[in-house]
Design a protein around this ligand. Structure first.
Ligand code: NDP
Length: 251
């Protein structure tokens, strides 16, 4: 694909691994300015910066930021604004799965930790970026949800509830901010091969694959292509959607 001339400034939360990393690489390959966050993986963050620098002259910035902490997120956006003057798109990708325990066996604090991490990491970026996007009269927010948020999953009640909450949050938000030219859409992956899913049991995988028409897991790159479409190509008139990419299992 030819690099595009309309270079955008995009924040991707949780860029070091899996789906977030693939999104950063895809956007950088198109010539966009990528700012990505991480929480622990300094070495992986550095390696991603090097990989992007080897591929493009477009700026890239790695930022250690706990997305659940609003003051850290606000500071991050101040730095992005200082460096690049604007924010064209935010991809809320950072998230955690939890320990897979059934609800009855899951300590209350652990349950809320998963729910709170996934939801607050989305609301925090929105709280911190919306004034900028409103003054620009444009912006694109993409929230990574999950098929689990549509269907529910045993051992993932906090995770599923958090992703479902993000969908309804997004549907409410776009009704508030659409008038300012800001779109909010969700991308809902099924089973994608990343660190997050490598701990799941073989039994779980084979049962899921037997019900998946495409008979395989998805790749982070396939999700990244959908996110890139929403940022670069989707018409502004497309708003409040949840695009599912699941090999057909959710149908
Ligand atoms: P990974 O576990 O592979 O990567 C998670 C990323 O999020 C890492 O970059 C991690 O940083 C970062 N992160 C986690 N918590 C925080 C935080 N508090 N602040 C900043 N960064 C944080 O996940 P995946 O790539 O598999 O998943 C990405 C998204 O896609 C998640 O929202 C997930 O729920 C969703 N999803 C994934 C599916 C799958 O099958 N993999 C299916 C459906 C949805 P670090 O490296 O520093 O730890």
């Amino acid at each position: 694909m030819q690099p595009i001339t309309d270079s955008k400034v995009v924040l991707v939360t949780g860029g070091t691994r899996g789906i977030g990393r693939a999104i950063c690489l895809k956007l950088a390959s198109l010539g966009h300015t990528v700012v990505f966050t991480y929480i622990t993986n300094e070495a992986l963050a550095q390696s991603l910066v090097e990989e992007i620098n080897a591929m493009t002259h477009a700026p890239v910035m790695a930022y250690r930021c706990d997305m659940t902490k609003l003051p850290e997120v606000q500071k991050l956006f101040k730095e992005i604004k200082a460096a690049f003057k604007r924010v064209d798109a935010v991809v809320n990708n950072a998230g955690i799965l939890g320990d897979g325990k059934p609800f009855m066996m899951s300590p209350d604090a652990d349950w809320w930790h998963v729910f709170q991490t996934n939801v607050s990491s989305v609301t925090n970026t929105c709280r911190a970026v919306l004034a900028t996007m409103i003054s620009q009269r444009k912006g694109r927010i993409i929230n990574i949800t999950s098929l689990s948020g549509q269907k529910g999953n045993p051992g993932q009640s906090a995770y599923s509830a958090s992703k479902s909450a993000i969908v309804t949050f997004s549907r409410s938000l776009y009704k508030e901010v659409g008038q300012f030219g800001i779109t909010v859409n969700c991308v809902s992956p099924g089973l994608i091969e990343t660190d997050m899913t490598k701990e799941l049991s073989e039994d779980y995988f084979s049962s899921r694959m037997s019900k998946t028409p495409l008979k395989r897991k998805g790749t982070p790159e396939e999700v990244a292509n959908v996110v890139s479409y929403l940022i670069c190509e989707a018409p502004t008139y497309m708003i409040g959607q949840e695009l599912t990419i699941d090999g057909g299992i959710g149908g």
